[in-house]
Design a protein around this ligand. Structure first.
Ligand code: SF4
Ligand code: SF4
Length: 133
């Protein structure tokens, strides 16, 4: 009883253990893994990130002028960080500190069409490389 009374008095003067969220934003843990941020200017288009991504959330499309385009689906991403570990260019892929964006009908990419385009453009690109040899 005495101990309980001491604890109660102590708690009256101690700082609350919880945050007044959303008035006070919760601090981001140091090892937080947010969605992927891509910096095109650092990319060498080696496509290693695409190769290691378990759910296929990164895809490249191949253009006729021999350039490639990076595409990322944050709603397919499982935030494992494999692409960041595989990328040979430091800083090219990073985790954002914010939470993943909430999905809305307008922000969900037409990923099925994009995957089809990625497969077809890669096939055409490989065929043109073979022809040049
Ligand atoms: S974090 Fe994982 S799932 Fe997300 S894009 Fe990178 S490799 Fe793919
Ligand atoms: S692994 Fe890095 S450098 Fe290579 S294509 Fe992906 S983002 Fe670009």
């Amino acid at each position: 009883m005495k101990q309980m009374l001491i604890e109660s008095i102590k708690n009256l003067f101690s700082k609350p253990a919880t945050l007044k969220y959303p008035l006070e934003p919760s601090p981001t843990p140091p090892n937080y893994r947010g969605f992927i941020v891509y910096k095109k200017e650092l990319c060498i288009f080696c496509t290693k990130c695409e190769m290691v991504c378990p759910p296929g959330a990164i895809r490249f499309t191949y253009n006729e002028d021999d350039t490639k385009e990076f595409h990322y689906n944050p709603y397919l991403c499982i935030y494992c960080g494999e692409c960041i570990r595989a990328c040979p260019k430091p800083g090219c892929l990073t985790h954002a500190q914010e939470a993943a964006p909430p999905a809305t009908a307008t922000t969900i990419p037409d990923w099925d069409s994009l995957e089809k385009k990625a497969d077809e453009s890669k096939r055409a690109w490989l065929a043109s490389k073979k022809k040049k040899k």
